[in-house]
Design a protein around this ligand. Structure first.
Ligand code: ADP
Ligand code: ZN
Length: 619
């Protein structure tokens, strides 16, 4: 397995879970794996494909991606084919012919093809080693992306009882997981639920003022890096795209109002690094395999955390640092509420509102952004400081809210921890309500202690204290507020409470970059250019030739021989043979023109070595 990883893919070590998954597949056991985007799912079936002298059938709904996936496998020297409805009759029969005649290691098909009787016959004539099912959540009605075609896959264990099945997805709650396993008929599968933590992503929220110039400001610190800007409406997509274009940024729009051709062309241009930025509605995303997306900006508030996580997840698939920036204004809330309020069904509306509250909480409260995202997906985040979000790195400005927190908590404590947020806010703001009078809460010491601020402010403080776990809510359907240990520490002056202030400092350096190893920018540019030329000649996207991570490693190690080049991550035997010479001669030319470069690199070597061990541990 390790040999395959090294010679075919040129990677040194497995990512978490890959090795276990491959081993189980090789042992003929069914697998069910939930791994985040960029977790390296494809390698899990490509390694068995390469090792076993049989065919792996990959079932994927993303027809648009099949060609790229096949190209990528071929670049690594794995024979691969795809068959889907975008092909002509002739192309399909040619593909079927070569399937019968020679041993193809990887066959990509869409789910509807599997159920076609002729095709099933063809498959039966082949020797298969595995069915790999991508986006497996599509088989579940409980998932967010149900596709009836997937139901046909329940035939697999009946028609091919001896072939193992490996199901992969990036999103599945426990309930969806059970459903997938049952529908596919997996036989006591080996189950993996990987962490959803994307440690190479930096999360940041900034107050939204004039968002177009704000985006431009961000881009000026990231020249030549590609990224996605999400906006909610078609009009705002066009407006932002035009603004950026007129300021010299190569930008293209993407939304459902454009023709299919235009959408494809724009996506293609982005994928091939011909456009630096794509401004898009949420229509853009499914089927984006580009690994070097370096930032994802949300210029408007997303509807819920699921969408936010999925959209930001498109950044940094290559494992290199990438930035996720949300421009937040409370002014965006009513726009989403407007649509929620129109939902006819009560529970559905309540769920949507709850989800909106969660995403607002994510933006507003001073809790590690990473912890908050992971908690949302039911995952604990054990570290105190993630070092890669604006809260943990302290790039946001905080205000001391100790006094306000004490006022709230004193009111809670003096009324016996038996009331909810609304009533407590009424007490501190000195509201003259019936309930206050009846319970004589206008007689307690904290009554009106905060009447200089409005009720909305006090609700904000309560929410902040809840987010920071200084308060908890208990009881149903009328939850009451109670103090936690952390809360009483603040109440009794043993510790302080802080919250985000509305105005944040300008950020100059990006902390995520400090995790990145130092590399030579000028050489990196030259290598990117070389990669682009090769990619155009081969008609594939540049990241299929080499990832950004590989290019950066070349810049740091300056390989001048094929042996040295082979040691670079992401350079397997086939790519070494094809592109090794071109890249080392680019390095040689560069070293000739910049004699000091080698020395500069060596001087940073100590640092590189340290960071590298740190990184590989973290991976
Ligand atoms: P997923 O399908 O889970 O979103 P991919 O299979 O597309 O992820 O892999 C994401 C990126 O990570 C790809 O560029 C891939 O080459 C790279 N990758 C996968 N496994 C490894 C590994 N063991 N070491 C280094 N890079 C890897
Ligand atoms: Zn953090």
């Amino acid at each position: 397995m390790l040999k395959a990883l090294r010679t075919v893919f040129g990677f040194e070590t497995f990512r978490p879970n890959q090795e276990d998954i491959v081993r189980n597949i090789l042992n003929g056991r069914d697998v069910f794996a939930v791994m985040p985007t960029g977790g390296g799912k494809s390698l899990c079936y490509q390694i068995p494909a390469w090792m076993l002298d049989r065919t792996v059938v990959v079932i994927s709904p993303l027809i648009a991606l099949m060609k790229d996936q096949v190209d990528a496998a071929r670049e690594n020297g794995i024979s691969a084919l795809f068959i889907n409805s975008s092909m002509t009759h002739k192309e399909i029969s040619d593909a079927c012919m070569s399937l019968r005649q020679s041993r193809t290691k990887l066959l990509y098909i869409a789910p509807e093809r599997f159920a076609m009787p002729d095709f099933l016959q063809l498959l039966k004539g082949l020797t298969l080693s595995l069915f790999a099912i991508d986006e497996a959540h599509c088989i579940s009605e409980w998932g967010h992306d149900f596709r009836p075609d997937y139901l046909g896959l329940s035939l697999i264990p009946k028609e091919f009882p001896d072939v193992p099945i490996a199901a992969f997805t990036a999103t599945a709650t426990e309930k969806v997981q059970e459903d997938i396993i049952a529908k596919l008929g997996l036989r006591s599968p080996f189950i993996v639920r990987a962490s959803f933590n994307r440690s190479n992503l930096f999360y940041e929220v900034k107050p939204k003022t004039r968002v177009n110039p704000q985006i431009l400001g961000f881009l000026q610190t990231r020249k030549a890096e590609s990224g996605i800007v999400y906006r909610t409406t078609r009009d705002s997509v066009m407006e932002t795209a035009e603004f950026l274009s007129s300021n010299g940024i190569k930008t293209l729009p993407y939304h459902a109002g454009l023709s299919a051709d235009e959408r494809n062309n724009n996506q293609e241009a982005f994928s091939r690094d011909e456009a630096q930025v794509i401004v898009a509605t949420i229509a853009f995303g499914m089927g984006i395999d580009k690994s070097n997306v370096r930032f994802v900006i949300h210029a408007d508030l997303p509807k819920n955390i699921e969408n936010y996580y999925q959209e930001t997840g498109r950044a940094g698939r290559d494992g290199e640092p990438a930035h996720c920036l949300l421009f937040f204004s409370r002014g965006d809330i009513p726009k989403i509420r407007y649509f929620i309020d129109k939902t006819p069904e009560d529970t559905e509306r309540a769920i949507a509102l709850e989800k909106l509250n969660k995403v607002v909480g994510y933006a507003e409260h001073s809790v590690c952004r990473r912890r908050r995202l992971l908690n949302f997906f039911g995952e604990d985040y054990p570290e105190d400081n993630c070092r890669t979000c604006d809260i943990c790195t302290g790039v946001v400005e905080k205000t001391d809210i100790t006094r306000d927190a004490q006022i709230i908590m004193s009111a809670i404590s003096r009324t016996g921890q038996r009331f909810g947020a609304g009533h407590i806010s009424d007490i501190v703001s000195g509201a003259d309500t019936k309930k206050v009078r009846e319970l004589k809460h206008n007689e307690i010491k904290t009554f009106g202690a905060g009447k200089d601020k409005n009720k909305q402010h006090w609700r904000f403080i309560v929410n902040e204290l809840l987010a920071q776990e200084m308060l908890i809510q208990e009881g149903h359907p009328y939850p009451v507020l109670k103090l936690t240990q952390r809360g009483s520490d603040v109440l009794y002056g043993k510790s302080e409470a802080t919250a985000l202030s509305r105005q944040t400092k300008a950020i100059t350096g990006y902390a995520a970059d400090t995790l990145s190893l130092v590399h030579d920018e000028a050489l990196f540019e030259k290598l990117r250019f070389l990669r682009k030329e090769i990619a155009s000649a081969h008609r594939v996207p540049p990241y299929i030739i080499f990832s950004d991570k590989t290019l950066k490693e070349i810049c740091r190690n300056l390989p001048e021989t094929l042996q040295e080049m082979r040691r670079i991550n992401g350079v397997g035997d086939q790519k070494l043979a094809e592109y090794g010479e071109s890249f080392i001669s680019a390095v040689r030319v560069y070293l000739k023109e910049n004699p000091g470069a080698r020395k500069a690199v060596n001087n940073t070597n100590d640092f590189s070595a340290q960071t590298r061990t740190k990184q590989s541990k973290g991976q």
